[in-house]
Design a protein around this ligand. Structure first.
Ligand SMILES: Nc1nc2c(c(=O)[nH]1)N[C@H]1C(S)=C(S)[C@@H](COP(=O)(O)O)O[C@H]1N2
Ligand SMILES: [Mo]
Length: 508
């Protein structure tokens, strides 16, 4: 006997598969998606093997430039959390939808294990599209299939809220699984504090001498770091919520564009060249005037110019574009890069992942943004081009603005007050720091840390006095190595970096 469904079987089938999900099904999908994402993190940790990471790149790519710019520069780490939150939600939705679809398709083919296999396969395909790694895609598929399987077998008691208890229980189990996965995933070790093992002992001694020297020259002031920021203290700014996880053995740097011969060096070749250890300070163009995105470290690396000479830039080259593994790129004058360093060590350790492992550029005296991390290519250009931030309205490829910061206010014995901070003026160096305790009417010289011999490094300053005013207004300004006083006119960070004098009313 024929029924109506014979003629329109395909349509009916499609209708079942695509029917609007019930609340119960949505919840099941959410749990399956959550379990899938947790599984993926347990396996991938904070690397590109974790589904949410490629999804994040996509989220950043489709978010309008001005929003990205404002978010990164204003919210700092907060913007990374925001992007990550969006990607995690999107990934759960994607994997959960795949799981639901699979659980509907599967039973059509096989009644007993169809739901399980269908879910597994659909989530695997979804994860494969995102990850492009067949094995890494298996990992989220398994827990999703298990969740669907278990929930589909659970007896749902009838009533106004069917299966509420079972789904709540399942939710708790998935949450627990998520917690466990977080712990396991975070074990995916990074190179955070690995020693610089590949370099000769003589170089290691040189590093230790330079670190000790900088410690000796530091002023001991409560509330401000020494002349060497520790890896944990050193600020971190980048466009990606999860840093590239590069392998030194697979890394190489290409010098391309308008050169006599294209050059490619691998990690072993680079680190085997003549080394240099130098203290250098970085400052982000997007930080507030008295912000904390300014730090200094002892960097180990190879002078860029030696490598550029091998490539032989054409005589018309005036610019370079540096490109990185996270899709970041910045363009600036070749003359600024020439005295630069290709750094692979920081404070006597391997360059940490967050600061650009395996290799970053250091460009003396220039804003942080051109100090490209996870560096992969130096392209020589015969004409100017836009960098990542300049496309978004910033002018951050030039020399830093000079600044004296005020971060410490200490009450000493005998009613004395101490103020202090760091001062930095790029390659011009800091000659003096002047302090006013009457709002800028009269000025005194601050005490300075002994200058390090390096070309592009900050100094600490401190000033002590017995206040007579009830609430003295302290103003500080740096005088650079050429005798120029830090300009007093205030400007906001956008677009060319903050300027003006730091001014603060203190309470004795
Ligand atoms: N590849 C890459 N390099 C980058 C960035 C980035 O987002 N990606 N951010 C830049 C910015 S804006 C700054 S201020 C410095 C910060 O370096 P740090 O994170 O080591 O302090 O790195 C620069 N190099
Ligand atoms: Mo920056």
């Amino acid at each position: 006997m024929t029924t109506a469904s014979d003629g329109s079987g395909g349509v009916a089938w499609l209708r079942t598969v695509a029917r609007r999900p019930s609340l119960d099904e949505l919840w099941t999908g959410l749990l399956a998606g959550g379990a899938a994402l947790a599984g993926s993190f347990a396996y991938g940790g904070p690397t590109t093997d974790f589904v949410a990471v490629p999804v994040t790149d996509w989220v950043i790519a489709v978010t309008p430039g001005p929003i990205v710019a404002v978010a990164i520069q204003r919210l700092g780490q907060g913007s990374e959390l925001l992007a990550l939150g969006a990607s995690v939600s999107l990934s759960v939705a994607l994997l959960g939808a795949a799981a639901l679809l699979g659980s509907r398709l599967g039973p059509r083919l096989d009644r007993s294990v169809g739901g399980l296999l269908g879910t597994y396969f659909a989530v695997w395909v979804a994860a494969l599209v995102v990850l492009r790694a067949p094995f890494a895609a298996v990992v989220p598929a398994v827990p999703a299939a298990v969740v669907i399987w278990v929930l589909s077998r659970t007896e749902r008691p009838a009533g106004p809220r069917p299966g509420r208890r079972a789904t709540i229980k399942a939710g708790a189990v998935v949450l627990g699984f998520g917690g466990l996965s977080a712990v396991v995933g975070l074990q995916r070790s990074t190179v955070e504090t690995s020693p610089l093992s590949a370099i000769p002992p003589a170089e290691r001694d040189a590093i230790n001498r330079r670190l000790t020297d900088a410690r000796d020259r530091s002023l001991d002031i409560d509330g401000i770091p020494s002349l060497v920021s520790s890896v944990g203290e050193f600020y971190e700014v980048d466009i990606n919520p999860i840093n590239p996880d590069l392998n030194a053995a697979d890394w190489s740097l290409s010098i391309t564009g308008a050169v006599d011969r294209a050059v490619r060096v691998d990690y072993g070749e680079l680190t085997g060249r003549q080394l240099e250890h130098r203290h250098a300070t970085l400052r982000c163009v997007g930080e507030p005037l008295n912000g904390h995105e300014m730090d200094s470290a002892l960097w180990t690396g190879v002078p860029v110019d030696d490598l550029l000479a091998v490539a032989g830039p054409s005589s018309d080259c005036e610019c370079v574009m540096l490109r990185a593994a996270d899709g970041y790129y910045e363009e600036f004058p070749l003359s600024a890069l020439k005295p630069g360093l290709l750094a692979f060590g920081m404070n006597g350790r391997l360059l940490p992942r967050g600061h650009g492992f395996p290799v970053r550029a250091l460009v003396p005296g220039h804003w942080g943004e051109v100090n490209v991390k996870w560096l992969t290519e130096i392209e020589l250009l015969e004409r100017e081009a836009y960098g990542f931030w300049e496309l978004r309205g910033w002018h951050g490829t030039g020399p830093v603005n000079p600044v004296a910061k005020l971060h410490a206010v200490n009450r000493l014995s005998g009613g004395r007050l101490q103020v202090g901070g760091h001062a930095y003026a790029g390659t011009r160096g800091v000659d003096r720091v002047e302090v006013s305790v009457d709002g800028g009417d009269t000025w005194d010289d601050a005490r300075l840390s002994r200058a390090l011999p390096d070309a592009d490094v900050w100094r600490q300053w401190a000033f002590e006095w017995v206040p007579t005013a009830e609430t003295p207004e302290v103003v500080v300004r740096a005088i650079d190595g050429r005798g120029a006083t830090q300009p007093g006119e205030a400007s906001p960070p956008f677009p060319s970096g903050p300027s003006g004098w730091v001014r603060r009313t203190v309470r004795p």
